[in-house]
Design a protein around this ligand. Structure first.
Ligand code: WTA
Length: 659
């Protein structure tokens, strides 16, 4: 990272302190940082008290066999009991757990905690009846319907680790996950609604099952929710394997006595995408994970369980849906919105209408969504009353300052704190984030590790870099929700996360970051997305952010392409805002000049291509690998994980027609 680049990033001088009122009523105050630093285990033990334990732990942390941690050793608990039963037992059975909003307009359901308890118990009984026992793995491949949450909690209740596979993944992706964790059963639906039409899921399960059978793997049972009522196809039902949810679950008893499991009992396996080769099955266990999810949800979102209506737009197929729809919020007895569909169906204001209709107070989404709304213009959100909002969150990628400001001003009415939360599938819960009642937020910075977490930015030797410098993001102390291993591959676990800074014993996150002059952390993106241009390190994110700050630009993706002179050169793919039309004749020169001005000559893109779309995975991440192929004039690689595989054709055609 060049000093020039760093000083430019540090130019961000806007600060957003919480209002006096917010600060005074905040769940977590400034003193928590010191309290946690002085007694880390004591602090986490205190957080663990927010759960119900059948048997209390004997030891908070066993870190003897590094990097294999055990938290709350000897403790026993049940995750589903903590997320549902105990709220009912405490007299909150009538409290709404979910305001569920189906994609078809007016297709809604309201589900209380008491109803959730009955449904989870019925599903747990049904699963056991189908032969699923403690320790068996169950795959879940579902749309965003209440049964998806019920299925996860039913698995947790009987101690059968779930592996949720995002419904947008292909049959191939599902098959490889089924085989990797040797799943005994699959829970799915006939389909779900996406962009106004039913999208089938069950046929992909059939296909995946055939693929795994060819590898000697048997899926014994497939439990199917009828959601859309769509035709399952000619060979779409196998009586020996397939069971309707409404037959098995609806008829099961709502009484189910739960067993309490060891704190280290596996809760779930979540596969991460994006890496080459075999997907990595990230293993989370019960006690530490639930403590991490519940504490962070309470602290970072300043949860007021009596009055808040919380909405996280993530899909339960990703870790964000696990920690911040199911486990964290439900352990905390939160009232939530759960939405099935896409943000723009049937119209572009759908999300804002949901916020208005349900009086959402706390909203958690991803920068990529925010940028696409920016592109459409503020007239759309401005039509809705979103005065119920009191906090906004962002996750998944660095949020560029312009998007942060737009989010805060247009969605948050310039009143509410924005928390930019950094974490990973592997970390299980939020690690770096502002505390909304304490931190004076800076647009673009995730700020500092939350109380109980220790993060740093280090150089190649693992030494902490001084303020104003960049390096690798590491976590220097264990934390309860940390991954325990990669499913079936302890060596890969050690190698991927713990070998880079083995001497210091740090967890290597794979992200580049910098500390600004105040010591606040700016996450710059994956280290593999960091370019080296003429010996200077440049972040793709940073250049994208510069491009997006230009008034004509809606979205940008930057890759480092091989260059004979400089090693790598910056190549940018840019989507213009609708109102900018084609940008004018000199748009490319204008943007190059803009980047020079924003960051410095070193960052000037060698090439800027104006495109209509960017290739994104189904989780919204830009696939820079494919753009690198275009920039380096290679044949375009594997496009199977793209949300829309025709995008690459559009980009290639646009280039060959000289646009
Ligand atoms: C990136 C999602 C900057 C980062 C919870 C990380 C972020 C990866 C942020 C994990 C953020 C996530 N600012 N970058 N606030 N949040 N990332 O496993 O590169 O899907 O390593 O977990 O997303 O992605 P994952």
């Amino acid at each position: 990272m060049s000093n020039e680049t760093l000083s430019n990033l540090s130019r961000e001088e806007r600060r957003f302190p919480p209002s006096e009122d917010f600060a005074a009523n905040a769940n977590l105050k400034e003193e928590a940082y010191e309290r946690a630093a002085n007694d880390l285990e004591g602090f986490w033990a205190e957080q663990a008290e927010r759960l119900s334990w059948d048997q209390k732990w004997e030891r908070v942390l066993d870190w003897d066999n590094r990097p294999f941690a055990k938290w709350f050793v000897g403790g026993k608990l049940n995750a589903a009991y903590n997320c549902v039963d105990r709220h009912v037992e405490a007299g909150h059975g009538d409290k709404v757990a979910f305001h569920w909003v189906g994609e078809p307009v007016d297709d809604t359901r309201t589900i209380t905690y008491a109803e959730m308890k009955d449904e989870v118990c019925k599903a747990a009984n049904a699963l056991q009846e189908l032969g699923v026992s403690t320790g068996d793995r169950v795959a879940i491949y579902m749309p965003m319907i209440p049964e998806a949450v019920i299925a996860m909690l039913a698995c947790a209740r009987i101690g059968a680790p779930h592996t949720v596979v995002f419904g947008g993944f292909s049959a191939d992706a599902l098959a490889s996950r089924l085989v990797d964790c040797n799943a005994k059963a699959v829970i799915t639906a006939d389909g779900g609604y996406r962009r106004g039409a039913p999208a089938a899921l069950k046929p992909a399960v059939d296909e995946a099952r055939a693929k795994t059978a060819a590898q000697g793997h048997t899926v014994e049972k497939v439990l199917v929710v009828r959601r859309t009522g769509q035709d399952l196809g000619e060979n779409g039902w196998d009586d020996a394997v397939d069971v309707w949810w409404h037959d098995a679950v609806d008829k099961a008893s709502p009484e189910h006595t739960c067993e309490f499991f060891d704190a280290e009992h596996p809760l779930y396996v979540m596969y991460t995408s994006g890496t080459t080769g075999k997907p990595k099955g990230i293993l989370h266990t019960t006690g530490g994970y639930l403590v991490g999810a519940s504490y962070t949800h309470w602290a970072v979102f300043d949860l007021k369980p009596e009055t808040d209506v919380y909405w996280c737009t993530a899909d339960i197929g990703w870790v964000t849906g696990h920690s911040y729809i199911v486990y964290g919020p439900m352990a905390n007895g939160t009232t939530q919105v759960l939405y099935e569909g896409t943000p723009d169906s049937p119209e572009r204001g759908r999300w804002w209408k949901i916020i208005q209709d349900h009086g959402v107070t706390t909203f958690y989404t991803a920068p990529t969504a925010i940028r696409s709304f920016m592109k459409q213009g503020r007239e759309i959100p401005d039509r809705f009353d979103m005065s119920s909002l009191k906090l906004l969150g962002s996750v998944g990628e660095p949020i560029n300052p312009e998007a942060y400001i737009w989010y805060r001003q247009v969605i948050g009415g310039d009143r509410v704190p924005v928390v930019d939360t950094w974490w990973q599938t592997e970390t299980g819960s939020i690690m770096i984030s502002p505390l909304p009642g304490v931190t004076h937020g800076k647009p673009g910075s995730a700020m500092t590790a939350i109380p109980g977490v220790s993060a740093d930015v280090v150089n190649d030797e693992g030494e902490s870099v001084p303020n104003g410098s960049g390096g690798y993001l590491v976590l220097t102390q264990p934390w309860p929700a940390m991954l325990r291993t990669i499913w079936g591959d302890d060596d890969r676990f050690k190698d991927t996360y713990w070998s880079r800074f083995a001497k210091q014993g740090y967890y290597f996150a794979g992200d580049g970051a910098k500390k600004d002059e105040d010591g606040d952390i700016w996450v710059l993106g994956r280290v593999d997305d960091v370019m080296n241009v003429a010996g200077h390190r440049l972040s793709t994110t940073e250049i994208e952010s510069a491009l997006v700050s230009h008034p004509k630009v809606a979205e940008a993706a930057v890759v480092g392409a091989k260059d004979e002179d400089t090693g790598q050169a910056v190549c940018a793919f840019v989507i213009l805002r609708e109102e900018a039309g084609d940008g004018g004749e000199d748009i490319v020169a204008e943007l190059r000049q803009h980047v020079r001005k924003e960051i410095g000559p070193i960052a000037t893109p060698r090439q800027i291509m104006i495109v209509a779309e960017l290739p994104k995975t189904r989780s919204g991440k830009i696939m820079r690998r494919l753009l690198r192929d275009v920039a380096e004039h290679r044949e375009i690689g594997d496009v199977t994980t793209l949300a829309d595989s025709s995008v690459m054709d559009l980009i290639s055609q646009g280039l060959s027609s000289g646009k």
